[in-house]
Design a protein around this ligand. Structure first.
Ligand code: 13P
Length: 222
């Protein structure tokens, strides 16, 4: 079964979250929800597979505003997203910090989804190799990888099926693991994307906020 991860980013208010939880009731086994962390407990209480969009690299201490993998684990969080391009670009997270976060999350038995991606105008394989090598340095445990070309995030600009397939093959030649695709996935392009034979799932941003879109996508994928 393909993994479908719904990344809400910093969206939805509490009333919308309550509606969302009810509306996806029949689909909860088919998705991993990554809400704003303040709502994570609510999803867990309603038996959703729940993940965090970010995590810190220490278990506890004087790190105002951060959430630790140990805390996440104790709440029932199953997955964490690490290294999303918005964290890398807006919050200036570098490969060294990302590597520490991955290690710390794995130590707490969380399933890590490491996001990697290329910018336009750079050598794609070099960019992916650099991120994989640095982010997974000294790590032997299984880590799921999400391939998100930076220019495809929130833009409607999706690479061709052949190009995505090529990148997935390349990533799998470096790391023997599950690979997800993310970037402008919606109910119109999911049929085409679902033809990619070596893909293990999807990481969905904007379309994950719209219940009807989510259901249409799931009907194709699952
Ligand atoms: P969009 O689906 O909005 O392009 O976002 C992709 C993403 O960044 C998921 O993590």
């Amino acid at each position: 079964m393909k993994i479908v991860v719904l990344n809400h980013k910093m969206n939805l208010n509490y009333e919308e979250i309550k509606k969302y939880i009810k509306a996806l009731e029949n689909y909860k086994d088919k998705v991993v929800i990554m809400p704003s962390s303040i709502y994570a407990g609510k999803f867990i209480d309603n038996n959703y597979k729940t993940g965090l969009q970010n995590i810190y690299c220490e278990d506890k201490g004087m790190f105002t505003g951060e959430i630790s993998p140990m805390q996440a684990k104790s709440l029932g969080i199953k997955y964490v997203l690490i290294g999303h391009s918005e964290r890398r670009n807006i919050f200036k997270e570098d490969d060294e910090l990302i590597n520490k976060k991955v290690k710390s999350a794995l130590k707490n038995n969380l399933k890590v989804i490491l996001c990697i991606g290329d910018n336009l105008n750079e050598n794609i394989n070099e960019a992916l190799l650099k991120q994989i090598t640095n982010d997974l340095k000294y790590i032997n445990e299984d880590v799921i990888i999400a391939y998100e070309p930076v220019y495809a995030i929130g833009t409607g600009q999706v690479p061709s099926v052949q190009d995505i397939e090529k990148r997935i093959t390349y990533i799998k030649s470096l790391v023997n693991t599950k690979v997800l695709y993310g970037g402008s996935i919606n109910s119109n392009n999911i049929k085409e994307l679902n033809k990619i034979s070596n893909l293990d799932g999807y990481l969905i941003g904007s379309s994950s906020l719209d219940i009807e879109e989510v259901i249409k996508i799931l009907e194709v994928v699952v």
